[in-house]
Design a protein around this ligand. Structure first.
Ligand SMILES: [Zn+2]
Length: 236
């Protein structure tokens, strides 16, 4: 069983890793479900991920309300996390990113599909959330529970969802898995773009190939996670 302290350390590491890998910059965030209670989650106060420390972590309920009288400024888009946790009991960690290579696939009719095994979690292609469908003209952000719920519904039972004109989210059964998926969604977008620009037919992983590698990946996830922690996590 993970202790709260270990989980908070991993959450800080996840923030630093994704900043170090250029998946997150001044924006974007990483959360984890509370290890002691499934109806709460942990997320930093509004802060660039590269600067997040243990002391910046806030506990939220699934309505994305800060607990324990915490009045520090939260992320505007915290509702992404509360609404996905509320609908996906299997999800233990969520990443939201605006990584540049992925954004074109959220704007195009070309779906983000797995170009290689590392991104098998994309399956038959990541769904794209269109905020205009239910909310008309917005600033594109997920600012309330209703918008978070619509995004969570578009995600469905998948591992990633793209957001038109905005970015994407990945989910996982652990912090390392959600972080891995956020990173490899970005890498896949770059490789898929290169394959398309070659001009020939592009062959993507079949659903079954993608599913089989996603299973394999759970057994080897500790290797990149260990590397990334050594490179980017706080040393103290
Ligand atoms: Zn955002």
């Amino acid at each position: 069983m993970s202790t709260l302290s270990t989980v908070v350390d991993d959450l800080v590491a996840g923030n630093r890793i994704l900043a170090g890998l250029d998946v997150l910059d001044g924006f974007g965030h990483v959360s984890v479900r509370h290890p002691d209670s499934a109806t709460f989650f942990l997320l930093s106060r509004s802060l660039a991920p590269e600067l997040v420390t243990r002391d910046d972590i806030i506990t939220f309920d699934l309505e994305s309300k800060a607990q324990d009288g915490d009045t520090r400024t939260p992320y505007l888009e915290r509702f992404i996390h509360g609404e996905i946790y509320a609908r996906r009991p299997d999800v233990q960690s969520i990443v939201h990113s605006h990584a540049a290579t992925v954004v074109p696939f959220a704007a195009s009719s070309v779906r983000l599909r797995p170009i290689y095994h590392m991104s098998g979690f994309l399956g038959a292609g990541a769904p794209v959330f269109e905020i205009r469908e239910k909310f008309g003209m917005t600033d594109m952000l997920i600012r309330n529970q209703e918008q978070g719920a619509a995004l969570a519904e578009k995600l469905g039972d998948r591992s990633a969802v793209l957001m038109r004109g905005h970015g994407y989210c990945t989910v996982g059964s652990s912090i390392p898995e959600a972080v891995f998926r956020a990173y490899y969604a970005q890498v896949n977008a770059e490789l898929q773009h290169r394959a398309i620009t070659l001009g020939g037919d592009v062959t993507y992983l079949e659903d079954e190939e993608a599913r089989l590698y996603d299973e394999t990946n759970r057994g080897v996830l500790g290797r990149p996670w260990g590397l990334w922690k050594a490179k980017f996590a706080p040393k103290d």
